[in-house]
Write a protein that binds this ligand. Structure first.
Ligand code: ATP
Ligand code: MG
Length: 292
């Protein structure tokens, strides 16, 4: 069974994201991860059982291991404010109490490998995010160094647009933009190094940051299969589309359906849901050493 809708009538819901529901807890926020699945920015009717718990546990692990200031206050439901008590069974492992940050409205993407929209731009212009790259690179090739390739955070229903570092600097100032790039690449490298001995490549990932008490802090989620491409190092071959631990199974299936990527979404077959869930569980186990 998957939990795609979570109803907590006694709490004040601020915002419903594609995956998370956000509640105002006074001084803090509560983020509750549902089992909803989105692909190409469209939310599917079917959920992936336990996905919300898996994402939350993976994120919590990284927040506590990457060594940068972050938003977590508590992840233990027994320490949540008293008004959460009636919902403890729903919230356990799915919810976190976090600092109320002022979000910086850019997606802080880091790419270590040439795939997705990065590969597309490289084929057309020989660059990624406006950064020129050597010629002759293949699909899924490792980049000479990880690149900070930000995008805008598009309003609901619209797709994010890749932008250059100069665009970010003009928008939020050179100092904050440089800080975002430095923090993003640092966290990417930390997670990539942690996963390498486990036979997993972190191909790329997306971070969000916010400002809290005049400090830039890491918010939202960190290096989950929803926000990142994780590849199996054993089968990784430059030039080929890699086997992936994320929702690539869903994306690949959707490419076979002829769906135009606009709502309403097509139904997902049970076999695709099962395979996707198995991938998420495998990733959780690889990251934390424990399954669901
Ligand atoms: N500590 C925080 N302070 C303020 N906002 C936060 C914090 N952590 C996460 N958020 C915001 O909460 C939301 C999480 O919900 P979810 O991941 O479902 O959103 P989403 O569908 O990715 O939507 P969006 O396009 O708004 O990011 C995001 O909008 C994220 O920016
Ligand atoms: Mg999100």
């Amino acid at each position: 069974m998957s939990l795609t809708k979570i109803d907590l009538p006694k709490l004040k819901k601020l915002y419903e994201g594609k995956v998370r529901q956000i509640y105002d807890m006074g001084e803090h926020l509560m983020l509750v991860a549902t089992d909803r699945l989105s692909a190409f920015d469209v939310i599917f009717n079917e959920g992936i059982p336990d996905k919300g718990k898996i994402l939350t546990r993976i994120s919590n692990h990284w927040f506590n291991h990457v060594g940068v200031p972050h938003h977590l206050i508590t992840t233990d439901v027994t320490d949540f404010p008293p008004e959460c008590k009636p919902y403890a069974d729903i919230l356990r492992d799915r919810a976190v109490i976090v600092k109320k940050a002022k979000r910086i409205d850019f997606e802080c993407i880091v790419r270590g490998y040439l795939i997705g929209s990065g590969w597309k731009e490289y084929q057309e212009k020989g660059s990624v995010s406006g950064i020129s790259l050597p010629s002759g690179l293949m699909l899924a090739d490792k980049l000479p160094e990880p690149l900070f390739t930000p995008s805008t955070k598009a309003p609901d229903g619209e797709h994010d647009i890749n932008v250059t570092m100069d665009y970010v600097k003009n928008n939020i100032g050179t100092e904050m933009a440089s800080m975002l790039a430095k923090l993003s690449i640092g966290v990417y490298l930390k997670v990539a190094h942690a996963m390498a001995p486990k036979g997993v490549i972190l191909a790329d990932t997306k971070f969000e940051f916010g400002v809290y008490n005049d400090e830039i802090i890491l918010i939202d989620e960190v290096c989950t299969p929803d926000s990142s491409r994780f590849w199996d190092a054993k089968t990784y071959t430059p030039g080929e589309n890699p086997q992936s631990y994320d929702k690539q199974i869903v994306r690949d299936y959707l490419e076979t359906t002829g769906w135009n990527k606009e709502p309403p979404p097509p139904a997902l077959p049970a076999a695709i849901i099962d395979r996707t869930r198995a991938r998420y569980v495998e990733m959780l186990t690889l990251v934390t050493g424990k399954g669901v």
